[in-house]
Design a binder for this molecule. Structure first.
Ligand code: 6CS
Ligand code: FE
Length: 301
């Protein structure tokens, strides 16, 4: 009789365990597919591999942007939704900061996460079928949209959602103009090749604080200064309808928005079906389904 041991997945990226921060080499490829497996050219893929991100102009049309904006307004002003845990308000006001699981709340966004314009690009980068690990709308309203401090998404998804390896990518689709002055996404190009192991244990129910303002799981200033000196900081601007596709481990953040112009973006996180979440690598309990999905059904097939 053979015992089916529940052997835990090896932790290739230890974080929130040591008393000192550390910079670890990435152990995973950045691009898993090739130019003949999707819409990206070889040059596109090489650029993504080097920078950790790429930009696609007019990924969605002006009409689609208009329709999604109306959806944004509807979701952000729905009183029933306001009481839902998936709606997060700003730490300093009652303005909506994020709406999570947009693809489960809204049919429009459900259609978008299955759209080949997104799915075929994600499949090409990740080299497999993909499922949605997380979706969200970050509103970043005018006159008070809060900042998102520097972080690696993968560090959180690994520590708290149990994502084993760096085989996920995010699409940030601009639903309003992203200017240099209204809180555009900033990425350190090339930083995806270094995993910053953070200090500080994950508190229970950490997400209740971290979605408003993250501290645990954010890098120390010395590591951030090193990465910024090595790689610089790109500020990713562009008109509504454009998309930024970035690797799960890019060091990124965005400033607060004191201009009158909202910087509202839709984020969809695709994970490879060969990298499905297991148990958290540095937390007592997994986060709720709306932050780290356990529905590994491939999308767009
Ligand atoms: O905790 C998370 O999953 C979310 N937090 C940030 C700051 N970016 C990724 C993700 O939306
Ligand atoms: Fe992030």
């Amino acid at each position: 009789m053979t015992l089916q041991m529940d052997v835990p997945t090896a932790d290739e990226y230890p974080t929130r365990k040591a008393t000192e921060p550390a910079l670890l080499y990435r152990k995973d490829p950045t691009v898993w597919g090739s130019a003949d497996t999707g819409p990206f050219t070889d040059a596109d893929l090489r650029g993504y591999d080097t920078r950790g991100y790429t930009q696609v102009d007019s990924l969605i049309s002006g009409h689609e942007v208009q329709a999604f904006r109306e959806e944004l307004t509807r979701l952000g002003s729905d009183p029933a939704l306001r009481a839902d845990e998936r709606v997060v308000v700003e730490p300093t006001s009652n303005e909506v900061r994020s709406v999570f699981e947009a693809h489960r709340i809204s049919k429009r966004f459900a259609d978008l996460v299955n759209d080949p314009r997104l799915v075929e690009r994600a499949r090409q980068i990740l080299g497999s079928d993909v499922y949605v690990h997380q979706s969200r709308i970050n509103y970043k309203p005018g006159f008070g949209g809060g900042s998102f401090y520097w972080h690696s998404d993968f560090e959180t998804w690994h520590a708290e959602d149990g994502m084993p390896r760096m085989r996920a990518c995010s699409f940030s689709i601009a639903l309003t103009e992203n200017y240099s002055h209204n809180g555009a996404l900033m990425i350190m190009p090339g930083s995806h090749r270094t995993f910053v192991s953070c200090v500080g244990e994950t508190p229970d129910d950490h997400y209740k604080a971290s979605l408003k303002s993250q501290e645990i799981g954010t890098p120390d200033q010395k590591s951030l200064e090193y990465l910024a000196d090595q790689h610089g900081i790109d500020v990713l601007t562009g008109p509504a309808g454009g998309a930024i596709i970035f690797d799960s481990n890019c060091m990124h953040g965005s400033g607060g928005n004191i201009t009158p112009y909202p910087r509202s973006n839709l984020f969809v996180v695709f994970n490879s079906v060969e990298n499905t979440s297991t148990r958290p690598f540095a937390a007592n309990n997994a986060r709720p389904e709306f932050l780290g999905s356990t529905d590994f059904t491939p999308v767009g097939r």
